[in-house]
Structure formats: C-alpha cells, structure tokens
Design a protein around this ligand. Structure first.
Ligand code: DX5
Ligand code: ZN
Length: 212
C-alpha cells in the first residue's frame, strides 16, 4: 500500500503543534519541513523543540531543507523522529551524515531538487533507506508541480528498482496516480491536506487515488 504522509511547513510554533494534534488521529507518520532561508528561500521553526513539547506517538520524517543539516541533527536526536531526509544540494558531507544518522539508529533518505541528477549521488545509494524526489521547487507549500520530474522518477525506478521512492510537493488526487505508475511508493502532501477543511477526508482521497 502506498503511504500518504502529510507535511507541516510553518514558522509558527503554535500552528506546528496544532497541526500535529489535528493530523495525528489519521496517520502513522508526519513529514516535518525545516527550512533555513539559505538552502531554500523560506524559514520555518526548527521543529525539534515543538516535538519535545508535544507528547505524541506519531512518527516523524524530518525533511531538512537546510544548508548545514549537521547543525540540526544533534537536537533532533533527542526526539523520537526516526527518519531524516538530507538534500544532496546541502553542504553536508553525505557519507558522514548518513553514517551519523545510522549510528543513532535512525533511517535516512536523500532528496533531489527537480533539476538535480540523482545519478551523481549513486555512490551513496547502498547506504540509504530511500530517496525523495522533489516535485516542486522546495521552500513552500502550494508550489507548482514540476511535471518533468515524473519522467526522471520512471527512469530512476527502472535503473534502481530496489530503491524506495518518495515524492514531495504538489501532490493531489489527480497527480498521485502518475507518480505511483512511475515507481513512487510514498507521497508527501502539504497544502492539499492541511488547507482542506477536512484533513481526514483529504488523506482518504489521496489514498484512494493511489489505488486507481
Ligand atoms: C516543499 C516541502 C514540501 C511541502 C509540500 O518545500 O518540502 O514537503 O510541504 O507541500 P505541497 O503539497 O503544498 O506542495
Ligand atoms: Zn518536504
């Protein structure tokens, strides 16, 4: 079954905690967007403080859209977040950061911006748990879906059939089926879920769209 993971991207601690509370009854996992106004144009809360204050069982994917992800991990390791997503466009030494995340017993994926060629990071593929294709230009919710990435996903999936593919950005029930056909097995959705009046229904609609 395809996993639908709702995303929180906000610069407000109160809004962050509110969304965790409201999403938690409907999902096993929430995607936390962390932006530093350097790697991407926007800035968000760091997320770890908010999560430490929110005693919830839901799992967290931490999407570090930041130039120096290593500076954020130390605090994140005090939380129960179990998966981290590092951009290949960041300044991180990928080999070292992947090793560090694994040594802390967490899982790790690498993210590619729409224009990035995934093959350039091939040497790390044996050490990661999944890849995340950005299907928008990162930094915001409600961005325009970059259709060219669908082809890149198909090619990637044919070349590396064993690697789990997640897609992040611009996902709605019309777009979801094409991503699944291309080879994705997890879809991250921000605005379609959080801006809908009924989050439970929006998640359900996305889930149903992937089963078509
Ligand atoms: C984009 C973020 C995404 C975003 C998705 O910078 O990494 O996770 O929250 O939001 P939508 O689905 O609105 O594009
Ligand atoms: Zn994200």
């Amino acid at each position: 079954m395809v996993e639908i993971i709702p995303a929180i991207l906000t610069d407000s601690s109160a809004r962050f905690k509110e969304l965790v509370r409201r999403l938690e009854p409907y999902v096993n996992r929430i995607h936390v967007d962390v932006a530093d106004a350097e790697l991407v144009p926007s800035r968000t809360v760091t997320g770890y403080k908010e999560i430490k204050d929110t005693a919830v069982a839901v799992k967290f994917d931490v999407h570090l859209m930041v130039k120096r992800p290593q500076e954020y991990l130390k605090e994140w390791f005090y939380t129960h977040a179990d998966r981290f997503i590092i951009h290949v466009e960041s300044d991180a030494n990928l080999g070292e950061i992947i090793k560090n995340i694994k040594e802390h017993g967490r899982r790790v994926g690498v993210a590619f911006n729409p224009e990035t060629e995934p093959e350039k990071s091939e040497r790390y593929f044996k050490d990661i748990d999944f890849v995340q294709f950005m299907t928008v230009h990162p930094g915001f919710q409600g961005g325009k879906f970059v259709n060219d990435v669908v082809d890149n996903i198909s090619k990637f999936h044919k070349k590396y059939p064993g690697i789990i593919i997640m897609c992040d950005g611009g996902v709605n029930p019309e777009i979801a089926p094409g991503l699944i056909r291309a080879g994705a097995s997890a879809l991250v959705s921000g605005s379609y879920v959080v801006k809908s009046g009924d989050m439970e229904k929006a998640i359900q609609q996305l889930q149903e769209a992937t089963e078509k």
